[in-house]
Design a protein around this ligand. Structure first.
Ligand code: 13P
Ligand code: SF4
Length: 299
């Protein structure tokens, strides 16, 4: 299958992008593997005719918004991020009326329709930097309350209003599980994703995006790490650091939507080119503004 995928993607001038949470064998055949910000940048800069996005729907959708003339394919178009939908209708409008000078900051894990209502997108690797750079005092952060709260702590000069949304996978990790893991591995550093709950982050030695966690582990002198994010990162962590040990604080730390990207589904979509991502043009134009602003401010 790997050989067939390689041959087909060359024949069709297609590029394969994959997030760190997809299965190992899919990361292996991808041309680019990274966190959300990196993948958005690669999608924007790509010169291929076709993009096969191995991730969840907001990622494929963002690639299409940035590349309207390219064919964007996903191995499984039902792979979705539940958090992307977690803003109640009317909430943003209500907050805009309540606060003058409101900037609506939208985590990239959001639908195109939600992005249209926002001023700027962010990812977990650039959220603090971008929020800091905004002239507005009042910031509405959607949809993730955990990333929003983490950002608010780094920018005390702003009034950050949170929305009641979260990643069901990361929010399910408990502080007690980190405490247990630390007891078992007292030498290990805890590296967590900001989508985790406050109690987990309070016990963490480093908090960052998937790519930042991977870079931290590589650059650290330490040999053992407890990983507070989805287990797919283990592939890159272990490949980069064969001499280091990584522990997950719980079993089954897994995003089932990301795992819908398999060698079978990648090959199938390369053959049939049937699972395309389409975004209505008015929606695309509305969502492009905050995405472009992120790419500019996140540089
Ligand atoms: P990263 O931008 O850190 O890769 O995060 C994406 C994501 O979906 C985390 O759950
Ligand atoms: Fe969404 Fe959470 Fe899966 Fe990331 S891990 S794609 S935030 S459900």
């Amino acid at each position: 299958m790997k050989e067939q995928i390689k041959k087909l993607k060359e024949e069709k001038n297609a590029v394969i992008l994959a997030h760190y949470y997809v299965p190992e064998e899919v990361q292996e055949i991808a041309d680019y593997v990274g966190d959300s910000f990196y993948l958005a940048k690669v999608a924007k800069e790509s010169t291929a005719d076709k993009i096969v996005f191995c991730g969840v729907s907001f990622m494929g959708e963002s690639a299409k918004i940035l590349n309207p003339d390219k064919k964007v394919l996903m191995p499984d178009t039902t792979a979705d991020c539940p958090m992307a939908h977690m803003v109640k209708d009317g909430f943003i409008e209500e907050m805009r009326q309540k606060y003058d000078d409101l900037a609506v900051v939208c985590y990239i894990n959001s639908t195109a329709a939600l992005k249209c209502l926002c001023d700027v997108c962010v990812t977990s690797s650039n959220a603090v930097k971008i929020v800091k750079s905004l002239p507005n005092k009042n910031i509405l952060f959607v949809p993730d309350k955990n990333l929003g709260r983490f950002v608010a702590e780094q920018v005390p000069e702003k009034n950050v209003i949170l929305n009641d949304g979260c990643c069901p996978i990361h929010a399910n990790l408990e502080a007690a599980q980190i405490r247990d893991a630390k007891q078992k591995h007292p030498e290990a550093l805890v590296l967590s994703h900001p989508e985790c709950e406050e109690g987990v982050l309070a016990l963490s030695d480093f908090i960052g995006s998937t790519a930042e966690i991977i870079a931290y582990a590589k650059n650290s002198q330490q040999k053992e790490f407890i990983i507070g994010t989805e287990e797919g990162v283990i592939y890159k962590l272990q490949t980069d650091n064969p001499d280091k040990r990584f522990y997950f604080p719980k079993s089954g730390f897994c995003c089932p939507d990301m795992k819908l990207n398999t060698l079978e589904t990648v090959l199938d979509v390369l053959i049939k080119e049937d699972k395309t991502i389409e975004v209505d043009e008015s929606l695309r134009k509305g969502a492009l503004l905050p995405l472009d602003r992120m790419l500019e401010l996140g540089k």
